[in-house]
Ligand binder design. Sequence first.
Ligand code: FAD
Length: 543
Amino acid sequence: MIQQKSSAAGGEVIDAISRFLAAPPEGTPTEIIEAFNSFGDGQILPPKLFLETVEQAPVAISITDPSARILYVNQAFEKLTGYGRDDVIGHNESMLSSRSTPISVYQELWKTIQSKQVWQGTLVNHKKCQEEYLAELVISPVLAPSGEVSYYLGMHRDITSMHQLEQRLKFQKSLTEAALDAAPMVVAMITAERKVLLDNHAYKALLGDCRGVEPAGLFLDALEQQIDFDLVDACRTGKGFTNVEIRLDLAGSTAPRWFACSAVRVDELDEAAQNYFKQQEQTRYCLLLIANEVTGSRKRINEVRLNMIRASMAEQQMVETMREAISGAIFKMQVPFNIIRAALAMPGTGSDKCGVCQVLHQALESGNEAMESLQAALPSPTLEQASMVNINEILHEVMRLSTDRLLASGVVVDWRPAAVLSSVTGRPNALRGLFKYLIDNAIQAVNESGQDYREIRLQSRQVDQELVVEVMDNGPGIPDSMRLKVFEPFFCGWLRAGEHAGMGLTMAQEVIVGHGGSIEVDADFYGGCRVFVRLPVKGAGGV
Ligand code: FAD
């Protein structure tokens, strides 16, 4: 009804102008006729078209005088507000105000438009039926040739539903964030380029523990090494995983942290305008990583494991001690036998008739028998299956096994593990024995130095396809002349040799060579001793 009426009114104006132009009244200034006609000369569109455009525009348009008294409203205005032209013309625009808009907004509005600027903002309006709505309004001043404001052009649309949607989105976002933050597990959304798009409180707390190193990167490195996880491929194919336990050795923390990780691919919505019509092809994916810390339960399992390791190492130690003692005895017995053999080989000796020679022969024979008995009594080395081992784990276990000795010697242990380390193929007990031996040596060294501050540093790192472990102490060090000798069997350079037979480093070397690696004493290290152990990572050699 309203529309029909307004269209009719617009039509009347247009018809009137057309009639005027068809037969301009006598005496009409030619400038006016030219001005009206200039709209239709092909350069500027005819006024009828302008009027119809405004009239039929889908946005609510009003034209007011400089005091906001309404002179004209279009069909969309009538439709949106429910007010007909007769209801509003001659009234102030304030008749639309719902009285919920703060006065400061109006003051700002008027300050802007009176200084001949365009004002844009949101007001709370009401319709004729008193229903309130949010009006997104643009007011543009229309200037007279003198430069004064002669009219204001107002254009507004109802953005209530958009605002409601925005509010709902905000609510859902804050709800999601609150739920994520309240969750005890670490949550992070990661792009294929390893950028963290979203995280939670637990993630931020872990970031603090990692001293600023992005935990997402550490998780991805560990997953890559543990299950050959490929982030880019997972984002492409959508292949996730559940409950993969990974280990992180954080700098400054004595114990490792364990996390059960799960991941699922999610769409990353593209906000770029140019991709509006290409959402399907342009969809980028990212990974939602959820990591539940299981250090507590892992610790309990490890405690039981450690006790088993302790028992098996004690057994292994006993066998090694026996092997060491018997090998030492065999080695020492070789000396007199070699002298006897040399004596018998001297010219003029060795004759069966010589009494001394007969005695020497008998001594040699019974000595050989004794040696054979000793060889037979030599326990065979413990055979152990190779498996994938984590050197950080081995080192940590060895530190735990040596805790009592370290405490008794007042040694400060500086543990500097690589946060994530590739696994190596190795014999776990043999490797434990090797590192235990190096740590025991380091304890003995700092004890012999007799200084007050005693420190042992254990460091692990990965250099390409090689793992390097450094065992360093601030004891007296190993002089250059002895650097190679220490690996010789039965060499003992300790001041207090005690039960040391000098076979430890020889056996350590045997173990490490058996793993395809190497062991050396750093010649350039001063102020103590530093031993490097190098091991190839899986596939690069080894057991
Ligand atoms: P008012 O006393 O009218 O205004 C509040 C404050 O605004 C005053 O204290 C004063 O600082 C300032 N002010 C008001 N009128 C003038 C003036 N003539 N000169 C200088 N300062 C002035 N309001 C709406 O609520 N909804 C609309 O959709 C809307 N559309 C508008 C469209 C146009 C083209 C224009 C020019 C104004 C529009 N207004 C609209 C503003 C409206 O005219 C009123 O200013 C407003 O509604 C506040 O009205 P009021 O009676 O509460 O207070």
